[in-house]
Unconditional design. Structure first.
Length: 459
C-alpha cells in the first residue's frame, strides 16, 4: 500500500515538469510562428514590389497586402499583415539607383531585430531570423525592359463567358484569379487580368518553379554538362546509399528520403531565412531510391543543386533571356542558393513562353534549340513511381493530366500553390496559363475542367 502511494506521488512529480515543458514549447512555437510570419511579410513585400518595378510596372503596398498577404496558410494568416514594417529605398547613389527598393524590415518581437528581405541581382533574399542587413551586398542593376515578342490575335477566340466564369466562382467557390493567357499555334488568343495586375506584373510561381527547374536541368543536359542519370550529389562519403540517388529520381519525387511534413513544406527555408544547403541535403532515406513517390520540395532543390556548376556558364537569368522570358527572376537564399522549388517571380506571358517552348520540343521560333530533342516527352513520361489517389500522374517536374474527360491524355501541366497553372496540350497546340491568389485550404481552382472547357470552345 505504501509502495503504491509513493509510486503515484512520483508520477505526479514527473507530470508537473512535463506540463510546464509543454507550455514552454507552445510559447516557443508561437514565437517562431511570428518570426516566420514576419519573414513571409518582408519577403513578399520586397519581391512583389522590386520585381514589378524591375519590369517597369508598379505594385501598391495595399494591393500586395490584399492579394499576396491574405488567405495564406495557418497559423501565419492571422499574423501576416498585422506586423509593423518599413520599406527602405536607396538614396545618395546614381540616378539609376536612387529610389529603387533596398530592403523591407518587419518587426515581430521587442527583443529581436526585425525580419529583413533585401534586393539583389536576383530579386529579393530573406535574411535568417535575427540577421542584420549586410554591409556589402549586390545593388540591383537597372534592367532594360524589352519587347516580349508575342503575336496577339483576339479575333480567333471570344471566350468571354469562360473568362467571366474563371474570374468568378464557377471553377472554385473562393478562387481568386489574377490572370489568364491562352495561346493557340504560338499566338495569344485571349489575355485577361484582375485590377492591378497585367502583362508586366509578376507573381510568385510557387511550385510552378519545379517545372522551371526541370527545364533548367534540360538546358544543362542539352549543353552536355550533366546527365539525368548522374548522381544528385547527396551522401556523406563512401558507403552512403544516398549517393545512388540520381537527378532523374530527384525530378520525379522519387529519392526515397524522409520528410517531416507532407510536401516538405520547408518553411524554415521559405520564410525563416535558412539556406538550401542547410535544409535540402541532409534528410535520411526512408525507402530505396526510385521505389516510392513522395512530393517533396527538397527533391527539386537537390536536382538544381546538382547542376549548380552549370550556372557559372549560364545562370537561370541567361536561360530566361534566351527563352524570351524577359520578366522572370529566380530568387536565391541569402547565401546565393537558388530556391527553384518555389521562389521564382514571373508573368503570365513568360509562363506561356515556358509552355510554348515545351510544345515546340525545346526549339525557338528562329530554330535555336534550348532543350534536348525529346525533352518534352521525357518530362511528361510517367516512368517513375506515381502518386496514389490524386487523379493525376507525375513526370519529371510536371504533373500529368491523364485522366480527365475532354482533355487529351498526353496533356501535362506545371502547377503551384494558390492556383498557378501552365497547361500544355500537345494534341491541340495550346497553352493555358492561369494565375491566382486562391486561399490556402479553400476550394482551389478546377484547372482540369477549365482546360476541358477551353478546348471545347476552341473546337
Amino acid at each position: 500500500m505504501i509502495r503504491t502511494t509513493l509510486t503515484a506521488a512520483a508520477s505526479l512529480l514527473i507530470a508537473v515538469p512535463a506540463t510546464a515543458q509543454s507550455i514552454q514549447q507552445d510559447d516557443l512555437q508561437g514565437r517562431y510562428d511570428r518570426a516566420l510570419a514576419a519573414g513571409y511579410q518582408a519577403l513578399f513585400l520586397c519581391s512583389a514590389t522590386a520585381n514589378a518595378e524591375r519590369n517597369g510596372a508598379a505594385r501598391d503596398e495595399d494591393h500586395v497586402a490584399a492579394w499576396e498577404l491574405t488567405g495564406i496558410q495557418q497559423p501565419l494568416d492571422e499574423i501576416v499583415g498585422e506586423l509593423p514594417y518599413q520599406m527602405a529605398r536607396y538614396s545618395g547613389m546614381s540616378d539609376q539607383i536612387n529610389g529603387t527598393l533596398s530592403h523591407v524590415a518587419v518587426g515581430w518581437s521587442e527583443d529581436m531585430p526585425p525580419r529583413i528581405a533585401f534586393t539583389n541581382f536576383n530579386g529579393c533574399s530573406l535574411l535568417p531570423i535575427g540577421g542584420g542587413l549586410p554591409e556589402r551586398r549586390q545593388i540591383p542593376r537597372p534592367v532594360e525592359v524589352e519587347d516580349d515578342g508575342w503575336s496577339i490575335d483576339d479575333t480567333v477566340f471570344d471566350g468571354q463567358e469562360l473568362v467571366q466564369a474563371a474570374f468568378g466562382s464557377a471553377y472554385g467557390e473562393d478562387a481568386r484569379t489574377t490572370g489568364l493567357v491562352i495561346v493557340k499555334d504560338g499566338v495569344i488568343i485571349r489575355e485577361d487580368y484582375a485590377p492591378g495586375f497585367g502583362p508586366d506584373v509578376p507573381q510568385r510561381t510557387w511550385s510552378v518553379a519545379k517545372s522551371i527547374a526541370a527545364t533548367l536541368v534540360g538546358a544543362a543536359v542539352h549543353r552536355g554538362l550533366v546527365s539525368v542519370d548522374d548522381s544528385a550529389g547527396l551522401g556523406e562519403g563512401e558507403g552512403d546509399p544516398r549517393a545512388l540517388i540520381t537527378i532523374d529520381q530527384a525530378l520525379r519525387m522519387a529519392t526515397g528520403r524522409y520528410s517531416d511534413t507532407p510536401g516538405n513544406r520547408t518553411d524554415p527555408l521559405y520564410f525563416g531565412g535558412a539556406t538550401v544547403e542547410e535544409r535540402a541535403t541532409q534528410w535520411p532515406l526512408a525507402h530505396a531510391p526510385g521505389s516510392t513517390w513522395r512530393y517533396a520540395n527538397n527533391d527539386t532543390l537537390v536536382a538544381i543543386r546538382a547542376i549548380r556548376d552549370s550556372f557559372v556558364i549560364e545562370p537561370p537569368s541567361s536561360f530566361f533571356r534566351d527563352a524570351g522570358m524577359m520578366h522572370t527572376v529566380a530568387e536565391t537564399d541569402w547565401q546565393g542558393g537558388y530556391i527553384l522549388s518555389s521562389q521564382v517571380w514571373t508573368t503570365a506571358r513568360d509562363l506561356a513562353r515556358l509552355g510554348q517552348l515545351h510544345l515546340d520540343d525545346g526549339v525557338l521560333a528562329d530554330g535555336t534549340r534550348l532543350l534536348p530533342e525529346g525533352w518534352s516527352e521525357y518530362v511528361s513520361a510517367d516512368s517513375g513511381p506515381q502518386p496514389e489517389g490524386r487523379g493525376r500522374g507525375y513526370g519529371a517536374g510536371w504533373w500529368l493530366f491523364n485522366d480527365h474527360e475532354g482533355v487529351p491524355a498526353n496533356t501535362y501541366a506545371a502547377q503551384g500553390n494558390r492556383g498557378q497553372y501552365v497547361v500544355v496540350v500537345p494534341d491541340e497546340n495550346v497553352v493555358i496559363v492561369r494565375r491566382g491568389e486562391d486561399p490556402a485550404g479553400g476550394s482551389g481552382f478546377d484547372i482540369q475542367q477549365f482546360t476541358a472547357d477551353v478546348l471545347a470552345a476552341l473546337d
